[in-house]
Design a protein around this ligand. Structure first.
Ligand code: ASP
Length: 580
């Protein structure tokens, strides 16, 4: 090894040792008589001291060294006269006696600091430099630890890690596939997997019983904020289980990760039906770090000549505790917030429960003190509280109020990223109607089993009412995982495809391999996949997944460092039989 110690290792107890360190020049300070260099590696920073009086030649050399040069130094550990107690090595420095410049460096295009001066684009172009920043590196290390702990937990539960192919077959259901042309079978294409779904089900037919894989998945979707075209899942499947078994097993995984990666005990992981999530939070991934549940108000608002409420399919509100003193300006801000096109509400009604118990609303013209007391009672609102109400089409209004609830949660400091609230959302609808295509789509995927007690609804043509044995894990309002109990009966699977608009021939040609496999003794099975990047960013207390991926793509799906995607030459195209 070129070094005896790392740059994060030396302490006061090491004084008078003569270590050799290697690393990058983080910073240097030339004070005339003394030159100091902070030497950095993955483990930390150690201060190097060069003394003009005792070793002028060496000090002269040190003065010429620039940022990010790679050095190898030997010297004596001495106690620092001015200590830096912010870093673990801050009580000592190395009085350098030997200095080797292992490599020079251009001045980096941005500072290698936690708070860098580099914008997103430049950081991505020079990602290898960006990864030198201690916070970005810490994120990647966190990811490593998450993967290790995931493997350790699943291994302890008898799960077997199996790799599934990356070159597979394109299927129409789900998101858009990335495709790869086949040179040997010209005119034909592989697809990159959106998930190993069918393979993991086949592994259950094969008797593997418990499978997992930390696996890359690919979806060619328009990149909404913070989505990556390639992302990683913790993908799992189990045989001879019911929904409850899966929930318990993976609740165990998440608890294990919190405990072993963050030292946090999560004791409760409540369950909530999709129907309740929509009713009380207006969305299927509620942030349960705070309550502020929806309360329906149609019954106490109607027939008072306020047309907006009378005409509304849904009148619904939330109660923000302690906000009755909100100023005109703050209320205007909230109104502006809900009227933004992304939120789409037409207006906001408020009622302030004043400290003296009287209630002042923005619709006093229509509702008297008595009416308003009825509203307050519905929320169990106390003096000092603020009631915020939206009205209109049920779906849209719920969505808008859900956004307003999150906004209020943020304003009130309830969305602390170091607090975690986990939740299972269960009983999702099996099917979702798509107006544009005028047909039903599987809400999760076509292999998800309806709840046995709802199967009759499939025959009654009440497709929208069928609930699935499907579940999501939600942490702090983020969907981190989802899965389902699978169909393992060939006829039910066939029926599902036909409901989704596949002819028998189409179903056979696209998913025949699975349905055929179901004829050879398929066990009951169920599974789940966690979005690994998202889980890591959540554990890291950040919103963006980008900095938890070593080499991510930007918002247009480009890797600007290697400049991909890129054109390929004529010859390659010809070999593939592709004309442009
Ligand atoms: N394959 C599913 C997905 O990618 C997860 C599952 O059902 O296990 O969302």
């Amino acid at each position: 090894m070129l070094r005896t110690h790392t740059c994060g290792e030396l302490r006061i107890a090491d004084v008078s040792k003569t270590p050799t360190l290697c690393g990058w020049v983080h910073k240097s300070r030339d004070l005339g008589g003394m030159t100091f260099i902070d030497l950095r590696d993955r483990y930390g920073i150690t201060q190097l001291a060069f003394n003009m009086e005792t070793n002028p030649a060496l000090c002269e050399r040190a003065r010429k060294i620039g940022r990010e040069f790679v050095l190898k130094v030997t010297g004596k550990v001495i106690e620092r006269s001015s200590k830096n107690l912010n870093i673990p090595t801050g009580e000592v420095e190395i009085e350098v006696t030997e200095l080797v410049v292992l490599n020079e460096s251009q001045t980096p295009p941005f500072t290698i600091e936690e708070n860098t001066d580099g914008g997103d684009d430049i950081r991505m172009k020079y990602r290898y430099l960006d990864l030198r920043r201690s916070n970005v590196r810490a994120n990647i290390q966190l990811r490593h630890k998450m993967a290790q702990q995931t493997r350790s937990y699943l291994d302890s539960k008898e799960f077997i890690e199996v790799e599934t192919p990356v070159l597979i077959k394109s299927t129409p259901e789900g998101a858009r596939d990335f495709v790869v042309p086949s040179r040997m079978n010209q005119g034909e294409f592989y697809a990159l997997p959106q998930s190993p779904q069918t393979f993991k089900q086949l592994l259950m037919v094969s008797g593997f019983d418990r499978y997992y894989q930390i696996v890359k998945c690919f979806r060619d979707e328009d990149l909404r904020a913070d989505r990556q075209p390639e992302f990683t899942q913790i993908d799992c499947e189990m045989s001879f289980v019911e929904q409850e078994d899966v929930l318990n097993m993976f609740e165990g995984l998440v608890k294990h990760l919190f405990k072993n990666v963050k030292g946090i005990d999560i004791d409760i992981m409540p369950r909530m039906s999709y129907a309740d999530a929509m009713k009380y939070y207006g969305c299927d991934k509620p942030d349960t770090r705070f309550e502020m549940k929806f309360v329906g108000l149609n019954d106490v608002t109607k027939s008072k000549n306020f047309k907006v409420f009378d005409d509304a399919e849904l009148v619904v509100g939330i109660c923000a505790k302690g906000c009755s003193e909100y100023t005109r300006k703050q209320l205007d801000e909230l109104t502006e917030f809900v009227k933004r096109p992304q939120i789409g509400a037409t207006g906001l009604v408020y009622a302030k429960v004043n400290l003296d118990g009287t209630i002042k609303s923005s619709v006093d013209k229509f509702y008297d003190a008595n009416d308003l007391q009825k509203w307050a009672a519905k929320f169990d609102a106390k003096p000092g509280d603020l009631i915020l109400i939206l009205a209109g089409n049920a779906d849209k209004t719920r969505k808008a109020l859900s956004e307003l609830r999150l906004e209020m949660g943020t304003r009130l400091g309830f969305r602390d990223q170091s607090k975690f609230s986990c939740l299972w959302v269960t009983d999702f609808p099996l099917l979702e109607f798509n107006e544009e295509e005028n047909r039903y789509f599987a809400m999760h995927h076509p292999f998800t089993s309806p709840k046995p007690e709802d199967i009759y609804l499939l025959d009654d043509n009440k497709l929208g009412e069928v609930r699935a044995n499907a579940y999501d894990m939600v942490i702090n309002g983020v969907e981190v995982g989802g899965g389902s109990v699978r169909i393992f009966n060939k006829d039910l699977q066939k029926k599902m495809f036909s409901i989704l608009g596949f002819t028998d021939e189409e179903a056979q040609s696209q998913f025949g391999f699975l349905m055929n496999a179901f004829e050879f003794g398929a066990p009951p099975h169920a599974g789940i996949a966690f979005g690994f990047d998202r889980l890591c960013s959540l554990f890291g207390g950040e919103n963006s997944i980008r900095d938890f991926i070593a080499f991510p793509k930007n918002n247009s799906g480009r890797d600007t460092m290697i400049d991909a995607p890129s054109a390929i030459d004529e010859k390659q195209l010809k070999e593939l039989g592709i004309k442009i």
